[in-house]
Structures are given as structure tokens and as C-alpha cells.
Design a binder for this molecule. Structure first.
Ligand SMILES: Nc1ncnc2c1ncn2[C@@H]1O[C@H](COP(=O)(O)OP(=O)(O)OP(=O)(O)O)[C@@H](O)[C@H]1O
Length: 209
């Protein structure tokens, strides 16, 4: 469960708040939509602890993320928060499989059983891409590889930025379904931020920023 209690944020040297007193709660899946510039990416950076709110609290289960020191936040994020950025970056000299394996090791300092990676790749319908380099994937496949990487260590929370804006209707539908299925199976809280109205029909919980 991830919650915010009246968080506000302002970038340094800016006069205006990006947003004020946002309270939200996601125990399962929550879609946050808003126009360009409304602060969706900023909110995801706050929820992942990359930025700190100017006021208010962010809680994941019983941990107050907004009160952790920087090194504690980094450690906490590695273990408990999966993030899928709008344009996912990979280590281009590693295969898809290698990227996921390395990400797991960075987060846990343990080796992940190969079968677990394959199970997730099968679930996301990209097992055939396992040995390819990320640059040889399509946009939709890269997106799914980034989702696989984000959920491999079974995070408490999965944060996803604009997963479908560059996808056609069929793939947008597919990615939304896969995200919801994956988090349902893993019992992870999911927050997706988007300006893609096609996603609204997939989510029971929706909030406008
Ligand atoms: N590093 C920064 N420094 C100062 N202002 C910023 C910075 N990043 C974003 N902003 C401003 O904060 C506001 C929110 O930006 P943000 O990127 O969070 O919006 P968004 O809803 O994700 O937009 P989009 O849908 O276009 O990606 C905008 O007015 C933007 O100009």
C-alpha cells in the first residue's frame, strides 16, 4: 500500500508549486491522468523518493519514505519500488536477460534463478527476445522488458510513467492488461501516470491531477 498525505512540491528557484496538498492511496491499481505539464512525472519522482516533498508525507506500508535519508531511500527503493520510466534505459551491451539479471543483483546482491526470469518474460510475451540486445527490440517490447525488469524482485510498489503513449491501440490494450495481471499475481500496488485516455477503461481507480 502506498499513500501520500497532503504532499506539495516546488522545484528549486521556481515561484509556483507544481501541485499542492495531494493525498492519494493505492492498495491495488491506481491510474493518475493529467494534461502535459500537470506534474505527473514530478509526482512519480516523489513517490519513488527521487525527489522529496516540500510538505506532506509519503508512506509505503508503514515506512515514511519522505523521512528517510538519501542512502536509506536508495536502499529502500532498490528493494521495494519498481519503476518503469517513459523511455526506459538499458545497458545496451547486455541482453534483455542480462539486464534483468543485473538489475536483480543490484537490488538484492543475490543471483536470481534463471527460471524466474523466463517465467516473467513468458508472462509478458517476450521470452523470444530474451537473448536480444535492447536496441533490437520494438518500442512495445522495450516497454515490456522494462516492466519485467521492474517486477523481477517482487517490489511492494510498481510506478509506471506513460506506458502506452507511443503504442497503437492493440499494444496499448495488451500492455495495460499485462501490467494489471502482473501486479495482481505479485500483490504489488501499481500506480500508472498517463495522459493516454485509452487506459481509463482498464482501471477501477482513477484520479485526475
Ligand atoms: N527540473 C525542473 N525544474 C523546474 N521546473 C520543472 C522541472 N521539471 C519539470 N518542471 C516543471 O514542472 C511542471 C510539471 O512537469 P512534469 O514533467 O511533472 O509534468 P507532466 O505532467 O509529467 O508533463 P508531460 O505529460 O508533458 O510529461 C511543468 O510546469 C514543468 O515545466
Amino acid at each position: 500500500m502506498i499513500q501520500t498525505k497532503r504532499i506539495s512540491y516546488k522545484y528549486p528557484k521556481q515561484e509556483e508549486l507544481v501541485f499542492k496538498d495531494i493525498s492519494l492511496s493505492a492498495s491495488q491499481a491506481l491510474l493518475i491522468s493529467g494534461e502535459s505539464g500537470s506534474g505527473k512525472s514530478t509526482l512519480l519522482h516523489l513517490l519513488s523518493g527521487i525527489l522529496k516533498p516540500k510538505s506532506g508525507k509519503i508512506l509505503i506500508d508503514n515506512t515514511e519514505l519522505s523521512r528517510l535519508k538519501e542512502y536509506q531511500t536508495d536502499r529502500y527503493r532498490g528493494k521495494n519500488i519498481g519503476i518503469v520510466f517513459q523511455k526506459p534505459a538499458f545497458i545496451e551491451s547486455f541482453s534483455v536477460f542480462g539486464n534483468i539479471e543485473f538489475h536483480y543483483w543490484l537490488a538484492t546482491r543475490k543471483k536470481v534463478p534463471k527460471q524466474e526470469i523466463f517465467n516473467i518474460l513468458v508472462q509478458l510475451d517476450i521470452a523470444e527476445q530474451a537473448n536480444k540486445f535492447p536496441r533490437n527490440l520494438s518500442t512495445g517490447q522495450r516497454q515490456r522488458a522494462a516492466i519485467a525488469r521492474a517486477i523481477i524482485n517482487n517490489p511492494k510498489v510498481l510506478l509506471v510513467d506513460e506506458p502506452t503513449s507511443s503504442l497503437d491501440n492493440k499494444n496499448s490494450h495488451k500492455v495495460a492488461g499485462l501490467l494489471l495481471e502482473s501486479v495482481h499475481e505479485l500483490e504489488t500496488s501499481l500506480i500508472v501516470v498517463t495522459h493516454d485516455d485509452r487506459l481509463k477503461k482498464h482501471f477501477n481507480n482513477h484520479m485526475e491531477l
